[in-house]
Design a protein around this ligand. Structure first.
Ligand SMILES: [Zn+2]
Length: 135
């Protein structure tokens, strides 16, 4: 895998997930779940976790590439943010197993299952940082 940090973009087509049927879109353009293409006639609905854009950089003199990822929106199963490497897509859950719930009901009543994993997606635009009171 050759990656040039100068030209790297997390939005190159190879790193981006195609849009799927999904739940309601909030004011940030995000949805909580999406439906995987029907597999053996059983459509699966997976949780969607969003993260801000991330970067890559040279980690050492041998040219090994490091990835500076960002943390996702809170996971519906364990309420924690998760960190995933380069590329979006279907991922095994990174939940601390002792804390994760086997299923979660999302705000529109849709149920998703932890064993199914989740989809990681990268926002086109970083969420603004919480505004600090000082100017
Ligand atoms: Zn989790």
């Amino acid at each position: 895998m050759t990656i040039d940090p100068k030209t790297f973009s997390p939005f190159d087509p190879e790193y981006v997930e195609p849009e799927r049927p999904h739940g309601a879109v909030n004011e940030s353009g995000e949805w909580e779940w999406e439906m995987l293409e029907p597999y053996k006639r059983i459509p699966r609905v997976l949780a969607t976790l969003w993260r801000d854009p991330y970067t890559v950089y040279y980690e050492n003199r041998r040219g090994d590439i490091g990835v500076k990822t960002t943390r996702t929106t809170p996971c519906p199963f364990c309420q924690q943010s998760h960190e995933h490497g380069i590329g979006d897509g279907h991922r095994e859950p990174h939940c601390a197993t002792s804390r994760a719930k086997p299923s979660a009901t999302l705000s529109d009543g849709t149920t998703v299952y932890q064993k199914d994993g989740y989809i990681v997606r990268t926002r086109r635009i970083a969420m603004p940082k919480a505004t600090s009171p000082k100017r």
